[in-house]
Design a binder for this molecule. Structure first.
Ligand code: ADE
Length: 368
C-alpha cells in the first residue's frame, strides 16, 4: 500500500503527497485533459475529424456492435455505469473510436489516456479522482501498465475506492477514498500480456476483427465524403483491397491517392489512378509494404522458408521486434503468408507464389 498525506479543503480532497513527495493536485488534474502519446498531432487531428461518433455511422465489427448495443441499453435501463470493457486486437481497427462511440451513446464524457502516461502512482490516482459519476476512462496499451498502477486500479475497478495510508509506524492510518462509479475501457494489441487479475476485472472482453474489403470500401467512401473527395465504387474498392483490413490505413491511403489524383488527373480518382498511386507507394495487391516484404523475403532467401526466431528477423531487417509482432505479423498471419510455430516463423507456399519465388525441393516438405 502507498503512504500518502492527504490535504482536505472545504469541498473535499485538495491534494495528496506521497512518501517520495509525489504531489497530486486533484483540482488541477481535472483541468488537464489527458491525451494520447502514440501519434503525431496532425495524424491525431485528422483521425479525430473523421471518427464516427455513434453506432449509426460506425462501419464494421457487426457482431461486436450487436453485443454493445444490448449492454448499453441494459445499463441505461438500470441507470448504472457500464461494466468495464476490454478491447483487444491489432492496431488501427478502431478501439479508441469505439470508446468514443460508447461514450456518446451513453451520454457520458470519455477521458482518454494510455498506460505509458501513467508511470507514477500520482498519474493514475489523479485521473481516478478527477472522474465524474458514470464517466468512461479509456486506457490504451493497457498491457503496459506497471505493477503499482495495476494494484491501485484493482479496488478502483471492483468496488470504486482507493486505499491509502497516512502517517508512519504506530500512527499509521488507512484511508479509504470513495470514487465515482466509472467505466474503464482498456485497449490492447496484446491481450496475452495482461496480468490475470487485471483481465478478470473486465466484465466484457471483445476482440476486434480485421475489416473485409467491402467494409473498408464503405469506410473509404464515408471518409471521402467528409473530405469532399470524389470517388467511385471501383476506386474505393481498389484502395480497400490494399488497406490490410485496417480502417486507419484505408483512411491514410485515400489522402495519398487523392494527392496523386490532383497532380495527375485534375483531382478525379479512377480505379487506374488509385492503382498507379498505390504502386508508387509500393503497396502491393495484398496491401503489403516494404517492411512486410523484407520480412518474408528474408525468411525465404536466408532461412529456406523458416522456421526462424523473431529476434533474428528483427536484427536482420533492422526493425524493432515489437513493431514486427504488433503491426506486421497479425495481418501476415491473417492472410496466410506467415505461420507461427514453436520453433519460430515460417512462410507458406502462397508467400512463395505472391513474391515470385520458386519452391525448391529441399523446402517442399517443410512448407506443405
Ligand atoms: N473511420 C475509421 N474507422 C471507421 C469505422 N469503423 N466506421 C466508419 N468510419 C471509420
Amino acid at each position: 500500500m502507498i503512504n500518502y498525506v492527504i490535504m482536505f479543503g472545504r469541498r473535499g480532497i485538495l491534494s495528496i503527497i506521497s512518501d517520495d513527495n509525489d504531489f497530486i493536485n486533484v483540482k488541477q488534474e481535472k483541468k488537464n485533459p489527458v491525451v494520447k502519446t502514440d501519434a503525431n498531432d496532425s495524424d491525431r487531428a485528422f483521425e479525430n475529424s473523421i471518427r464516427p461518433k455513434d453506432f449509426g455511422s460506425y462501419i464494421g465489427q457487426t457482431n461486436l456492435l450487436k453485443h454493445l448495443k444490448i449492454t448499453i441499453e441494459a445499463s441505461k435501463k438500470r441507470e448504472k455505469a457500464l461494466d468495464h470493457i476490454l478491447f483487444y486486437g491489432p492496431p488501427g481497427l478502431g478501439k479508441t473510436t469505439l470508446a468514443g462511440v460508447i461514450g456518446n451513446e451513453m451520454g457520458v464524457p470519455v477521458k482518454i489516456t494510455s498506460a505509458p502516461a501513467l508511470e507514477r502512482p500520482r498519474d493514475i490516482i489523479g485521473i481516478l479522482m478527477s472522474l465524474e459519476e458514470n464517466q468512461i476512462l479509456f486506457i490504451d496499451e493497457i498491457h503496459r501498465l506497471n505493477k503499482v498502477a495495476e494494484e491501485i486500479l484493482y479496488p478502483a475497478m471492483e468496488d470504486f475506492y482507493l486505499d491509502m495510508t497516512t502517517g508512519k509506524a504506530q500512527t499509521v492510518k488507512t484511508l479509504r477514498i470513495p470514487l465515482p462509479k466509472f467505466t474503464l475501457i482498456g485497449a490492447t494489441t496484446k491481450a496475452g500480456e495482461l496480468s490475470g487479475p487485471l483481465r478478470d476485472r473486465f466484465g466484457i472482453v471483445h476482440r476486434l476483427e480485421f475489416y473485409t474489403p467491402v467494409e473498408l470500401a464503405q469506410v473509404i467512401k464515408r471518409t471521402a465524403k467528409i473530405l469532399d473527395i470524389e470517388i467511385d465504387e471501383k476506386s474505393a474498392y481498389a484502395i480497400a483491397r490494399r488497406s490490410r483490413g485496417t480502417p486507419r490505413i484505408a483512411n491514410r491511403l485515400i489522402k495519398r491517392v487523392s494527392d496523386y489524383a490532383i497532380v495527375k488527373n485534375d483531382g478525379k480518382i479512377t480505379e487506374d489512378i488509385a492503382n498507379k498511386s498505390l504502386d508508387i507507394l509500393e503497396i502491393d495487391e495484398y496491401g503489403l509494404d516494404n517492411t512486410d516484404r523484407n520480412l518474408l523475403k528474408l525468411i525465404i532467401e536466408k532461412y529456406d522458408g523458416g522456421p526462424v526466431g523473431i529476434e533474428t528477423i528483427s536484427a536482420a531487417i533492422g526493425e524493432d521486434s515489437r513493431t514486427l509482432e504488433d503491426v506486421c505479423e497479425p495481418y501476415l498471419l491473417q492472410c496466410g503468408l506467415l505461420q507461427r510455430t514453436p520453433r519460430g516463423r515460417k512462410v507458406t507456399p502462397e508467400t512463395y507464389r505472391h513474391l515470385g519465388y520458386k519452391i525448391s525441393n529441399s523446402n517442399q516438405q517443410s512448407l506443405f
